[in-house]
Design a protein around this ligand. Structure first.
Ligand code: BES
Ligand code: MN
Ligand code: ZN
Length: 489
C-alpha cells in the first residue's frame, strides 16, 4: 500500500473514500455532522446518521455517499466515542477505512492530530485493516481493498512523518506475515514448509536463519519434542532466526510453539475441537513476526526467535500416555495426556535457549491451553512471570497496541500437582488451574533466566472479528512484542 502525506483538507480530497473521526455525545456529534454538512449540503448526512443510529460511539461506522461540491465519492464516519488518544484514533481510522473498503481504490484520512505517533498508528491500522487472506480463493477480486492512502493536514516539512509511515508499515507487514502463517492450511504449512517460510523471509531481511532437521534435533537430545513428533509422518524442525545490531542494549529471546497441526495424538481431540488446530503454530508465527519487525525497524536490541515445530498426530509410532522421556535439560517426564504436547516441545527449546543463548529476557508465545480460554475468554492472553518489572513493561506495551493480556499467578502451591510416582515430573496437573500448571511445567526448564510465558490460545485465532482482531489468524502478540522491545533501556 502506498501511504503519503498531504497538507490538503478533506473537502478538497480526490480519494475514493475519506475517513473522518466523529465523537459521541449530543453536542459533539451535532457539531461534527454539522461541519460536514456545511460542505456537502444541509440534510446530506444527519438524517442518514439518525436512521442508521450512528452516534459516534466506538466501533460505529457510517459510510455516506458524498454529496455537494466535493470530489471524493464516499465519506466514512468513524465513531470514536470519547477517545482522546490521537494515536488510538489514528489507528482506528486507518483500520476502519481499509477494512470497509471493497471497490474503493484510494482513501484519505483526516487525522485529528498529525504527529509521528499518529502517522505511524494510522499507517499500521491501514495495513492491518487491508489484510485479506486470499491465497486459496480462485476469485481474488472478491476481497480487494484500497491500494493507496493519503494522510491529510500534514504540515509541510514536519519532521519524522515519513519514517513514521515506514515504521507503521513495517510492524503491520510483520503482523500480516504472522496472520498468513496461521491461516495457511495444515496440509501446506507443516514443520518443513514453516522452516522454509522463515528462511525465505530471513533472507529478504538479511538475517541469519538456522534450521535443524530431525537428526540434528536428535543429537541435541530434545527427546520431548521428538516424542511429540513420533506419531507424525513429517519431520520436526527447530528454527532459529537472529537479528543482531551493532552494540545492542539487551538480548531478548522469543520462543514459539510451532504445532502446525494438533490432532491431540492418541488422546485424540473431538472433531469440534480439532477443526481449527492449524492455529497451534500461532506462537511461532508471533515469534517470527517480532524478530522480523525488529529487523525492519533496526531496533537497538539483539532479538532471537527460536521455534520448535512438529505435528501432533496418531501414527503407529505415536507416543503414549504412560511413556517416560528424558528432556534435553535432564529431567525425566511422564506423559499423561498426549494432547498436552505444547509444553513438551517448549520445554526442550526453552532449556536449550537458556543454556546456549543466555538471554536478558526470554519470552515464549504459545497456544498452550484451553483452560486459559476458559479463564480469560477468547480475546485475552495470559501473562506469566515472576518478574514484576517485566510484567508491568509488557502490560504497558500491550495497552499502547490495544492487545489484551492478563497477569496470572505462577502459584508455587500447585507445583505438587506435577509430581510423578515414577519420573521427575508429570507433564500435566489436575482438572483445576490448567493454564497455571502448564506455566509451572515450563518454569522447570528455564533455570534462573528472567522468563515470561504468554498463553495466546484465545486471541491467536478467533471465530469472528473483534476489536483489533480479524477473523481467523490474528497475528496477536507481534505488536506488543515490538513495542516492548522499542521501550527497552
Ligand atoms: N493446542 C491446545 C490448546 C488450545 C485449545 C489452543 C484451544 C487453542 C484453542 C493444547 O495442545 C491442548 O490440547 N491442551 C489441552 C491440555 C490438556 C490435555 C491438559 C487442553 O487445553 O485441553
Ligand atoms: Mn494439544
Ligand atoms: Zn496444542
Amino acid at each position: 500500500m502506498r501511504i503519503s502525506l498531504s497538507e490538503g483538507a478533506w473537502n478538497k480530497s480526490t480519494a475514493d473514500i475519506v475517513a473522518i473521526a466523529v465523537a459521541s455525545g449530543k453536542t459533539r456529534l451535532a457539531r461534527a455532522l454539522g461541519r460536514i454538512e456545511a460542505v456537502t449540503g444541509k440534510g446530506s448526512v444527519k438524517p442518514l446518521a439518525s436512521d442508521e443510529r450512528f452516534e459516534g460511539k466506538p466501533a460505529q461506522r457510517l459510510k455516506v455517499a458524498a454529496a455537494g461540491p466535493i470530489k471524493a465519492r464516499w465519506l466514512l464516519l468513524v465513531g470514536i466515542g470519547d477517545e482522546k488518544d490521537a494515536e488510538k484514533i489514528a489507528w482506528e481510522m486507518g483500520h476502519a477505512v481499509a477494512s470497509i473498503a471493497r471497490a474503493q481504490k484510494s482513501a484519505a484520512l483526516e487525522l485529528p492530530e498529525v504527529t509521528p505517533e499518529s502517522v505511524r498508528a494510522a499507517s499500521q491500522g491501514l495495513m492491518m485493516g487491508a489484510y485479506r487472506y486470499t491465497q486459496y480463493k480462485s476469485d481474488k477480486a472478491t476481497a480487494t481493498t484500497i491500494g493507496s492512502a493519503v494522510l491529510l493536514g500534514a504540515p509541510k516539512g514536519a519532521r519524522g512523518l515519513t519514517s513514521a509511515i515506514r515504521a507503521g508499515k513495517a510492524i503491520a507487514e510483520s503482523i500480516n506475515f504472522a496472520r498468513d502463517l496461521v491461516n495457511a492450511p495444515p496440509n501446506d504449512l507443516n514443520p518443513v514448509t514453516l522452516a522454509r517460510a522463515a528462511t525465505r523471509e530471513s533472507k529478504k531481511l538479511g538475517l541469519s536463519c538456522r534450521i535443524w532437521n530431525k537428526a540434528r534435533i536428535e543429537r541435541e537430545g530434545m527427546n520431548l519434542l521428538l516424542a511429540v513428533n513420533k506419531g507424525s509422518a513429517i519431520e520436526p524442525r527447530v528454527i532459529h532466526v537472529v537479528y543482531k545490531p551493532s552494540r545492542p542494549k539487551k538480548k531478548v529471546v522469543f520462543v514459539g510453539k510451532g504445532l502446525t497441526f494438533d490432532a491431540g495424538g492418541l488422546c485424540i481431540k473431538p472433531a469440534a475441537s480439532m477443526v481449527d488446530m492449524k492455529c497451534d503454530m500461532a506462537g511461532s508465527a508471533a515469534t517470527l513476526g517480532i524478530v522480523f519487525a525488529a529487523a525492519r525497524l533496526k531496533l537497538p536490541v539483539e532479538v532471537h526467535a527460536v521455534v520448535g515445530s512438529t505435528e501432533n498426530m496418531t501414527g503407529a509410532k505415536a507416543y503414549r500416555p504412560g511413556d517416560v522421556y528424558k528432556s534435553r535439560e535432564g529431567k525425566t517426564v511422564e506423559v499423561i495426556n498426549t494432547d498436552a504436547e505444547g509444553r513438551l516441545v517448549l520445554a526442550d527449546v526453552l532449556s536449550w535457549a537458556v543454556k546456549k543463548l543466555k538471554p536478558d529476557y526470554m519470552i515464549d508465545h504459545a497456544t498452550l491451553t484451553g483452560a486459559c480460554i476458559v479463564a480469560l475468554g477468547p480475546y485475552r492472553a495470559a501473562l506469566y512471570t515472576d518478574d514484576d518489572k517485566l510484567a508491568a513493561a509488557y502490560l504497558d506495551a500491550a495497552k499502547g497496541e490495544g492487545e489484551s493480556f492478563w497477569r496470572m499467578p505462577l502459584d508455587k502451591e500447585l507445583r505438587s500437582m506435577l509430581k510423578s510416582p515414577i519420573a521427575d515430573l508429570k507433564h500435566i496437573g489436575g482438572r483445576y488451574g490448567g493454564s497455571i500448571t502448564a506455566a509451572l511445567f515450563l518454569k522447570e526448564f528455564v533455570d534462573e533466566t528472567t522468563w515470561m510465558h504468554l498463553d495466546i490460545a484465545g486471541p491467536a485465532f478467533v471465530d469472528r472479528a473483534h476489536g483489533r482482531l480479524p477473523k481467523g489468524g490474528t497475528g496477536f502478540g507481534v505488536a506488543t512484542g515490538v513495542r516492548f522491545l522499542e521501550a527497552l533501556k
